[in-house]
Design a protein around this ligand. Sequence first.
Ligand SMILES: CC(C)(COP(=O)(O)OP(=O)(O)OC[C@H]1O[C@@H](n2cnc3c(N)ncnc32)[C@H](O)[C@@H]1OP(=O)(O)O)[C@@H](O)C(=O)NCCC(=O)NCCS
Length: 173
Amino acid sequence: MRIRRRRDADIEAVVAALATVTAADGYPGYPPRDPAAWLSRPDVLQSWVAERAGELVGHVCLRDSPGHPAAAMWCARTGVAPGACVVLARLFVVPAARGTGLGTDLVGVACAEGAQLGRHPVLDVADNGHAAIRLYERLGWVRLGSYTQPHEHRPAEYLHCFAAPPRTTDRVV
Ligand SMILES: CC(C)(COP(=O)(O)OP(=O)(O)OC[C@H]1O[C@@H](n2cnc3c(N)ncnc32)[C@H](O)[C@@H]1OP(=O)(O)O)[C@@H](O)C(=O)NCCC(=O)NCCS
């Protein structure tokens, strides 16, 4: 297994891996019409892929999204400015590669970059993302609160917000 920065040429393989995850887990709750664009929104700061024997098996990215509900909750709790957060997103590992620490390592790589940027990682996760919620809680992420995301012509989603474990330099928790 190795984790490296995502390259433009990876997108097709990332989209294929995401399709496997969507079929297995229903993630994301509402699959995007254009998965490549969904993975490459303009606010993506950095993204990584995990490879096993040359096959792309996992992905995560960091997004610059100061208006994200999780960022708003972290800022309300700590008093930091919204720009002090960074959103960890698009985390997935294909079913065949799970349970060996890859998800944990992808989160670790993204958090290390967040620390280098001087920004605190936050995220949201769907109510049915049980494996992901277990992962974040096992890693000490702080549950911030929950919110409902309305959608036109389809049921709303219920999401839970988390922040990475506070560092000793953080003011309030
Ligand atoms: C969430 C997700 C990324 C986790 O990926 P993963 O690679 O299986 O994660 P890990 O291997 O680090 O941890 C998974 C489990 O394996 C266990 N594990 C990790 N390394 C292990 C090892 N070497 N030996 C035995 N067990 C191990 C962990 O303790 C954990 O157990 P738990 O589920 O009982 O808590 C994956 O399940 C996924 O892609 N889910 C669908 C997409 C999704 O929901 N994404 C989240 C969006 S917010």
